[in-house]
Design a protein around this ligand. Structure first.
Ligand code: KIV
Ligand code: ZN
Length: 510
C-alpha cells in the first residue's frame, strides 16, 4: 500500500517571486482553478501581508477553491500572521505557513536575533496562527545551512506549540541530494515528537538540484513536497511539480508513496502558467518542454515505432500532450463557446464580458481555422488586460519591403484619449516599439523580447513576452495575436501598464 505524498504548490507565492512574474487576482484565480482540477493538495496562494492586492488574491482563491487546502504565507510576526488569518477566515480548508530563519548567517545578519529569541518568536508565531486554524506549516528558513542541533530544538518546540507540518527549506539551493535526504532522516530520528507532524521540503534550484534534493528527502520520509509549475520561483526557481510527480509515478518500484495528481492536467497547467507569467518553457525541459517526447534520431524513431518502451519511459498523452482538444471554429455558437470556457474554469462576471470575448473569438476564428484551448486562454488573458489597463493598442500599420527602412504607424488609447505616432526602425518590431516610446517616453530598458507560437502551424497565434526594467522594477508584459508585430505591440503596452500601476509589494524574505 503506497503512502500519500502531499503536493503543495507554491507557484502563486514563491513562483510569483520570480522577477517579472507578478500576477493579478484574476490570473491567480485561473491558475488556482487549474491546480485544483489537477488534484493539488495544498495551494499556497500568496503572502497576504505583502500588499492589499496579495491579500485580496489569497482571499479570492480561498473563497473559490473547494477541493484543495488554501494556504497563506506569513513571516513569524504577529501582524503578518493576523493578515494571513484574516485573508483565510471563513473560507474552506485553510493553512497558515509561517517561517523564520534559523541559519547563523541569517539570524546574525538579517534578523539580528539570538537563537533563543528566534525560538521564542517561532513558538509565538505558531500560537498566533493557531488562533485561526489548526493546520499550521512551520519553516525554518535556510534550514539547508542551519546547525542540526538548533534545528532539532526549534522544531521540537514548534511541534509542541501546534505546528502540524514541518517544512525544511533549502532556501539558497546549497545542499547535495545525499546530504539533504540525510537531514530529513536525522530530524525525524532525533526529534522526540517528530511522529506528530508531516515532514515537508522546499528546495531551490540554484545548483540545478531542487528536484533531486526533494526526491532524496522523499526517500527518507518527507511526505510533502513544495514545488511549482515549470519550476518557477525565486532566482533559479523551485523544484518543478511536473518532474516530482512524474518521477514518483514512473518509478513506483522505487518510491513507497504516490500523489493524487491527475497527470493529464500537467501540460495544460504548464501552458497556462507560462502564458500568464510570460516565462517560456525551454524546449528540452523534462515533461513539459516541446521536445520532451520528440524523437529526432532515426534509430530512436525506429525503436519507438517498433516498440514504444524502447525509448519512452512515459506516455506523452499521460501528461496531457495532445489533450488540447480541437474544439471550436468560426461556425461555433455562443453556447458552445461559453460551455468550453466553463470546462476550462473560466467564467464571466457579466453577459457583456462574454459577448466581448465571443466577438474576439469570432475575429480570431476568421484568421485561424482551428481554435485550441491555449488560444482561448490567450484570448481571456488579452481581454482581462484590455479591460483593466490604461494603454491599449487601437491600430497598427506596418510597412516592410526589401531594401526599404521598416516603418510603423500606430494609434494608442491612453485612458480613452487617442494618441498617434509613427517611426522607422531596424525591423517592424523595432519601429513599433520606437513609435510607442515616442508617445509614452517611458525610458524603460528592454531586457527581453521573446516570441513563441501558442499552437502549431503557420496560422498559430504568436505569444510575445516583453520584459522591461525601470528604476529597479522588472515587469513582464505579454500579448497574443496571429500577427506577431501586433502581439509585440500589445506585449510592450502590457509591460508599460504594469510599470505604470506601481504595485508596491513587500518581499517576504527581505
Ligand atoms: O525558500 C524559502 O525558504 C521560502 C520559505 C518562505 C519557505 O520560500
Ligand atoms: Zn522559497
Amino acid at each position: 500500500m503506497q503512502e500519500h505524498l502531499i503536493i503543495f504548490d507554491t507557484t502563486l507565492r514563491d513562483g510569483e517571486q520570480s522577477p517579472g512574474a507578478s500576477m493579478t487576482k484574476e490570473e491567480k484565480l485561473r491558475i488556482a482553478w487549474q491546480l485544483e482540477r489537477m488534484g493539488v493538495d495544498v495551494i499556497e496562494a500568496g503572502f497576504p501581508a505583502a500588499s492589499n492586492g496579495d491579500f485580496e488574491a489569497v482571499r479570492a482563491v480561498a473563497e473559490s477553491v473547494k477541493d484543495s487546502i488554501v494556504c497563506g504565507l506569513a513571516r513569524a510576526i504577529e501582524s503578518d500572521i493576523r493578515r494571513a488569518g484574516e485573508a483565510l477566515k471563513g473560507t474552506g480548508a485553510a493553512r497558515i505557513h509561517t517561517f523564520i530563519a534559523t541559519s547563523s548567517i541569517h539570524m546574525k545578519n538579517k534578523l539580528r536575533m539570538s537563537p533563543e529569541q528566534v525560538i521564542d518568536q517561532a513558538i509565538r508565531a505558531v500560537k498566533w496562527a493557531g488562533e485561526y486554524t489548526n493546520d499550521i506549516d512551520f519553516s525554518p528558513e535556510d534550514a539547508g545551512r542551519s546547525e542540526i542541533d538548533f534545528l532539532c530544538r526549534i522544531i521540537e518546540k514548534v511541534i509542541d506549540a501546534g505546528a502540524t507540518t514541518i517544512n525544511i527549506p533549502d532556501t539558497v539551493g546549497y545542499t547535495m541530494p545525499e546530504q539533504f535526504g540525510n537531514l530529513i532522516r536525522v530530524l525525524r530520528e532525533r526529534i522526540p515528537n517528530s511522529d506528530k507532524v508531516v515532514f515537508s521540503v522546499h528546495c531551490h534550484n540554484d545548483l540545478g538540484l531542487a528536484v533531486a534534493n526533494s526526491l532524496s528527502a522523499v526517500i527518507h520520509g518527507a511526505r510533502q513536497v513544495e514545488c511549482t509549475i515549470n519550476g518557477l520561483g525565486e532566482r533559479a526557481g523551485n523544484a518543478s511539480l511536473e518532474e516530482i510527480v512524474m518521477a514518483v509515478r514512473t518509478r513506483q518500484d522505487y518510491f513507497s508513496c504516490d500523489t493524487k495528481i491527475d497527470t493529464k492536467q500537467i501540460v495544460p497547467a504548464s501552458k497556462l502558467v507560462s502564458g500568464i507569467t510570460g516565462f517560456p518553457v525551454q524546449p528540452n525541459k523534462a515533461i513539459v518542454g516541446a521536445n520532451a517526447f520528440a524523437h529526432e534520431s532515426g534509430i530512436h524513431q525506429d525503436g519507438v515505432l517498433k516498440h514504444r518502451e524502447t525509448y519512452e519511459i512515459m506516455r506523452a498523452e499521460d501528461v496531457g500532450w495532445g489533450a488540447n482538444k480541437l474544439l471550436l471554429g468560426k461556425h461555433s455558437g455562443r453556447n458552445a463557446f461559453r460551455s468550453r470556457l466553463k470546462e476550462l474554469g473560466i467564467e464571466f462576471e457579466s453577459e457583456e464580458m462574454l459577448n466581448n470575448m465571443f466577438l474576439r473569438f469570432k475575429e480570431l476564428a476568421d484568421k485561424k481555422h482551428e481554435i485550441f484551448d491555449e488560444d482561448l486562454h490567450a484570448l481571456v488573458s488579452d481581454e482581462a488586460l484590455v479591460l483593466q489597463e490604461r494603454y491599449r493598442l487601437l491600430s497598427l500599420v506596418i510597412h516592410c519591403e526589401t531594401g526599404e527602412i521598416p516603418y510603423a504607424r500606430l494609434v494608442i488609447s491612453d485612458d480613452g484619449n487617442e494618441l498617434h505616432a509613427e517611426s522607422e526602425g531596424s525591423g517592424p518590431v523595432d519601429a513599433t516599439f520606437c513609435a510607442i516610446e515616442k508617445l509614452l517616453t517611458s525610458g524603460a530598458e528592454l531586457q527581453l523580447f521573446s516570441v513563441n507560437n501558442i499552437t502549431s502551424g503557420t496560422d498559430a497565434q504568436g505569444e510575445v513576452t516583453v520584459r522591461l526594467q525601470k528604476s529597479g522594477r522588472i515587469v513582464n508584459g505579454h500579448g497574443a495575436d496571429t500577427d506577431i508585430v501586433v502581439a509585440s505591440a500589445k506585449a510592450y503596452l502590457s509591460a508599460l501598464n504594469k510599470l505604470h500601476s506601481k504595485l508596491e509589494r513587500e518581499h517576504p524574505q527581505v
